[in-house]
Ligand binder design. Structure first.
Ligand code: ATP
Ligand code: MG
Length: 357
């Protein structure tokens, strides 16, 4: 029997609520498959922990996580703790330290759902955004001077290294090539950001030379955002810097029905360190504690995790169960126009999955 070590960080707000449903799914596939076992350890590193200890995780937190095969993450953040603390002290150190430089974010309209973009079909809305996840605009370099004076200035540096840019662009082309994709779109803004983004463009052009069967389009981020809405069928693989990818994927989630439906993988392709899977949305303090959050993004993240561990058939079955429930249409959380609870939705997916396994 194969053993996989899994660190679970449910987090704050709706994080633990949706993680609960994801764990039920994990338990079921473990029981029904019979070929593997998860050795699970759960960590309460969240804002509550911060309020008690003055930090989001213990000093040896990264040391502890390092030895796990994979990490499943919910969401962190709550009103009593500034957002930049939960992000900079927990999520970003994990992504950066473990060289999870690929942030894989599928933008896919699931069967049973309609896009808010009228006339756009399931074929039109099926692509991936590959976001750079370790550098770029989220650099933590910069500063503030002359605070609270009329001369106050703030500087946030963007850091694009050749090493970091080449590896994400190469990954995107390799991904496109392995999936028989004919077009790759890179998000840029080299007309205004004349150092970082011209550099980004140069690297995209350099690497594109090695993939002459793939058509490359460099679009400025503003136009690209508009195309996401007007012509999403233009896209197969989109590669973007850290900030641009972040913004594009919330937009991407919106065009396929909402944030509760968008999973992601923070991947270390070399598998030197653990990869981490999480919904792209946050802890949603506005609906936390009500039991009405949509668990689909979290459950689909389990699917992506299974795919990463080499069980791609289980990822397909999880997605099929989610789609079956949506097509059936009886169980829907409020974000999808229904009245079902988080656990109603989790249980419905679980029941479908049981029949498919
Ligand atoms: P973060 O800064 O962590 O990204 P945020 O404040 O930007 O958080 P989210 O927590 O992502 O925002 O929530 C944005 C909106 O989407 C909220 O109105 C929230 O209720 C809704 N939302 C997010 N996730 C879900 C979900 N799983 N189910 C239903 N609604 C959700
Ligand atoms: Mg957000």
């Amino acid at each position: 029997m194969k053993h996989h070590s899994l660190a679970v960080i449910p987090g704050d707000g709706i994080g633990p609520e949706i993680m609960n449903e994801a764990m039920k799914v994990l338990q079921l596939i473990e029981e029904m498959h019979g070929g593997f076992k998860f050795d699970i350890q759960s960590f309460n590193w969240n804002c509550e922990y911060y309020l008690k200890h003055g930090k989001m995780m213990p000093d040896n937190g990264m040391e502890i996580l390092k030895d796990f095969d994979v990490i499943l993450f919910g969401a962190v953040g709550e009103p009593r703790v500034p957002d930049h603390i939960s992000v900079w002290e927990l999520i970003l150190p994990i992504r950066k330290t473990f060289e999870q430089y690929v942030n894989m974010r599928p933008i896919k309209l699931l069967k049973g759902l309609e896009s808010p973009l009228r006339h756009k079909s399931h074929d039109d809305l099926d692509f991936v955004v590959i976001r750079e996840n370790t550098e770029g605009e989220y650099s933590n370099m910069g500063g503030r001077l002359h605070q609270n004076t009329p001369y106050e200035i703030a500087v946030q540096n963007n850091v694009f290294t050749r090493y970091g840019t080449e590896r994400i662009v190469k990954y995107a082309y390799e991904y496109a090539s392995c999936h028989n994709v004919k077009r790759l779109t890179a998000a840029t803004k080299s007309n205004a950001m004349n150092h970082s983004m011209t550099f980004w463009d140069d690297i995209v052009k350099e690497i594109s030379q090695q993939y002459n069967t793939i058509e490359t389009n460099l679009y400025h981020i503003d136009a690209l955002a508009a195309y996401f809405v007007s012509n999403p069928e233009k896209f197969d693989v989109v590669v973007a810097s850290n900030l641009f990818g972040d913004i594009l994927t919330d937009l991407g989630a919106a065009i396929v029905g909402g944030l509760g439906l968008a999973p992601s993988g923070n991947i270390n392709p070399e598998q030197k360190y653990p990869s981490m899977f999480e919904p792209i949305h946050g802890s949603a303090p506005d609906i936390a504690g009500k039991g009405i959050a949509n668990p689909i993004a979290q459950i689909w993240s389990v699917g992506m995790m299974m795919d990463h561990l080499g069980y791609s058939e289980l990822n397909h079955l999880i997605l099929e169960s989610i789609e079956n429930v949506l097509v059936d249409g009886k169980v829907r959380t409020p974000d999808l126009g229904g009245t079902a609870t988080t656990s109603d939705m989790g249980d419905a997916i679980l029941e479908r999955l049981r029949t498919l396994l």
